[in-house]
Design a protein around this ligand. Sequence first.
Ligand code: C2E
Ligand code: CA
Ligand code: CA
Length: 587
Amino acid sequence: MRVNNHTLRDSTIMMIDDEMITMEIVKTYLEEEGYSNFHLEDQPSQSIHLLEKVSPDILLLDLVMPEVSGFDVLVKVREHPKFKRLPVIILTSVTETSSKLKALDLGATDFLAKPVDPSELRLRVRNTLAAKAYTDQLTFYDPVTNLPNRRSFNDNFEWIIDKANRYGEELALLNIALDDFGRINASFGFDGGDSVISMIAERIENSVRKTDIIAGKIHGEAVPSNLFRTDGGAFLLILERIEESTTTAIIAKRILEEINRPLFVGGTEICLTASIGISTFPHEGRDRSTLQRLANNAREYVRTQGGNSFQFSSYEINSIYKKRLKTEANLRNALKRGEFVLYYQPKVSAKTEEIQGVEALIRWRDEDNNHTSPQKFISIAEETGLIVPIGAWVLKEACRQIAEWSRLGMIRLGISINLSAKQLIEKNFFMVTRKIIKDSNIDPSLLTIEFTESLLMEETEQRLRQLVELRKIGVKLAIDDFGTGYSSFSYLRRMPVNELKIDRSFINAVPNDQSSSAIVTSIVFLARQLGLKTVAEGVENESQHRFLNEIQCDQLQGYYFSPPVSARELYDNNFSNIEPEKMHLSN
Ligand code: C2E
Ligand code: CA
Ligand code: CA
């Protein structure tokens, strides 16, 4: 292992002193030496909180401060599981030996006399950091993978739990063990075993990273993770800030897939499998030893079942994930098997009640004739990236239907389709969409794309441009669920939209609730000033209808007029009385 000056200069240096000026001077001296990461704190009472946040490599601590003494801070630092071994250099003008002895007794690493001599300061800081880096490497890291080891896990896990507890966050602990690692060592020797372990460590780390992309977490942060090599063919992985309950299962599955990929040892191709046991905080356990035990037991269980799988420690959590993964697997096949169909809900004129367009809403009926609501499977499709082919199917099917209706000479009936933000991640979204529209030979203005306000707020200009391009070829744009986001009319400047669909939650409350009525009235008014059409969603009764007509909302959609129905029903209910000779049949 090498400790070079370059890495030492990347060290994070924290200082606690009641006099800002002293810290500034010290900082300047150290900056001249090339250090650049500093955290200066003149409020010693905040020190532990800050230490956790900053996680420094060295602490320069003043001994004499007005409210809290350096001794007190030192005691707290040494009590903290993560900072037991943090190098602390005491800066003090106190010369008596008794203070020095006391500080040493409390665990100070070194001393520096104030006023600080620049050369002495630089040397002490450098030597202390070098010593720390060296012992850290020996004590806390696995030499084969360079990953932190079991000891480091023990030091860290406890305070990671503390932190999660304080911020009300969820954690998962994954105990990952290669099935039959002994066989590798036996067949390829320890060198072969070591190289396998290094490759596997890399693949586990990649899986965590990749999953963020797969899950489409483009806006969210990556799941913070800590991987430790504990022994032989075993790893512990801590996933922090788990926001969606299924993220852990997705990551575990991904890790197994990555481990399953063939790898080469000394020119021989081998395939490995692993067993993963998972425990979650706070649901299954609240302390380190419980979580470790549960994850370990779950892993042992997987192993007895033949390995190459993962398992949560509690039955309930397990069954939730299993069900969700089953849905995910079925969803993957749904397109091939033709299990999707589009239903159509009329959008009627508020004035005349005549149908002016329809919204296409996807329905999924799987082979066992189970219906899954789009609310459920759209989010799974988004997380898995399946929304891209599904979205393309929806578009194709809607275009086909528009073409069929015009062929039947029924009417020029436009269709609105729903767009998921994840579809815009695809760089070729515009090209693919344009091709589908072209191939179907329809008038692009019969197609409206609905998307939510959040998309306007969160997407990059580059992605939004794909929608502007669509607008340019004649496709119409609508904002769905308008009023629910934090957006305002000013966001509309980002996009040349044609239509606002006022969210059902407001329509629900009109005309009885005054503030909802006021909001709906002003949305309709402002939209008109901007030349936008308004559509009220979820109209369920006559009084809503009347109110919306009075304030001159353009179109209404809701159960009061019709639920979403099949294309056949839509035709039979609304257009079957059109006599054939009046239809402009094209063939
Ligand atoms: P949405 O775009 O807001 O669609 C309107 C939802 O409200 C539909 O639910 C519709 O059946 C329901 N609805 C219509 N009128 C009424 C009413 O009077 N009262 C009540 N309570 N509900 C009414 P659905 O079909 O279950 O779809 C739910 C959501 O799934 C849609 O919300 C949309 O966000 C999404 N979705 C549906 N199809 C697609 C699709 O093809 N692609 C994408 N990306 N999302 C879709
Ligand atoms: Ca919609
Ligand atoms: Ca909506």
